[in-house]
Structures are given as C-alpha cells and as structure tokens.
Design a protein. Structure first.
Length: 220
C-alpha cells in the first residue's frame, strides 16, 4: 500500500500566521501541508497564489507542499510554482482533452503530479490517466470553500480506483475528521486532507494521531 499521509489544509489555518500555524501542525505529526490555490473562476472563492507558496518554501525549506490547484488554466501556473511546490494537483474538469498534456508538462517541471475530480465528476474521467499520475484526489466536498460537510457518496470512486490501482496514492479532501475518516480509509484512501478538524482541535497532535490510526487500521 502507498504511504500514509496526513495533510492539514492551510485554508483552515490562521492566515495571518501561516508559517507559525504550519510549524504547529508539522510538530504535531503532519506529513505534508495542503495548499489550496483558487483563482475565483474555476471556483467562486479566491485564496492565494505563487507568492504565498514561495514564502512558505522560504520559511519551511524541507516541508512537502501539496498544492491543489482549483484554477481554470492549470498549465499557466506550472512555471511560477516550479521548484516551490512538491506536488502539483489539478482538476480534470479544468483540462478535459488537454489533461495528458498538462500531466506531461508538470512532470517535466519536476513535480509529483496529482489529478483531482469533483463530487459530480464520474470516476471514468480520470481512469485513462491513472498510470500517468502519482496521486488521485477524490473531493468529498464541492471545491472552493472549507468547512463543508463530508459527502460519503463520493467514496465508491475511491473504492474503484483502489481496486484497479492498489499502489496508487489516493487522497480525500473535504469535511474529514474522526467521525468519518474510517469510511474513507476503508474505501482505500491513504492520504487524508483535514482542515478545520486539525486547526480547530483542542489537541492537534491527538487529532493527527487519530486520523493516522484510522488509516493504518485499514491500510496494512
């Protein structure tokens, strides 16, 4: 099975103190930092762009920056994030027939490559590309805003991908916490994005440990 990763989503952090918030969750056991980049077009919200990611890299040179691009033109941001982001995850809905081209360009730029699909997108949309990417992100909320409720109806996509690709990393993102992470892990997810449940936890380490234990239980 692929490596277990717990990835706190910085969208739920105190945005005025991103470096300190990042160090807090890393010290509590987080494996990566999930960085949501939104353009206000592909999704209605606007978050941050390459300058913020560059600042994070400068302050945290060793950390794995897991960048999730919710943008209309993913190819546009490959060069600005080169040597800054660790993984470049973009939405299949944004690229459609150009998906293979963007995967190739991101790979040539030195990124690990992830491909995301939204709740309303069938798993068949990513099936042709599963052998070309390092990770598939199955959204369990509609992309664009934090704090939404987990959508368990998305988990059959995780099961289908895990059945066909046992070694592929599968990430789930949206509404994850201790009350539902078991379902995601049992479906086959090994990479858990958690925002509000981590950053608003009374005990951040206990929350991260709990999420990891759930994934370990089902991914042995």
């Amino acid at each position: 099975m692929p490596a277990i990763r717990i990835a706190p989503s910085l969208l739920a952090a105190d945005l005025a103190n991103l470096a300190a918030e990042s160090r807090k969750v890393l010290a509590a056991g987080a494996d990566t930092l999930h960085v949501d980049i939104m353009d206000g077009h592909f999704v209605p919200n606007l978050s941050w762009g390459p300058p913020v990611v560059q600042s994070l890299r400068k302050n945290l040179p060793e950390v794995y920056l897991d960048c999730h691009l919710m943008v209309s033109n993913p190819a546009q941001w490959i060069e600005p994030l080169k040597n800054v982001a660790s993984r470049y995850t973009f939405h299949v809905e944004a690229t459609q027939e150009k998906t293979a081209e963007v995967i190739k360009a991101a790979r040539e730029a030195g990124f690990e490559v992830g491909l995301a699909l939204s709740p309303d997108t069938p798993v068949e949309a990513v099936t042709p590309y599963l052998d070309s990417v390092d990770m598939v992100l199955v959204m369990t909320v509609h992309p664009g805003f934090g704090g939404q409720s987990f959508m368990p109806e998305c988990l059959p996509k995780v099961k289908a991908i895990r059945a066909s690709h046992p070694s592929l990393s599968i990430q789930v993102d949206g509404g994850l916490g201790l009350s539902n992470v078991d379902a995601a892990a049992e479906a086959g997810a090994n990479d858990i994005v958690a925002g509000s449940s981590v950053f608003r936890a009374d005990d951040v380490k206990a929350m991260i440990d709990g999420l990891r234990a759930a994934v370990q239980k089902f991914n042995k």
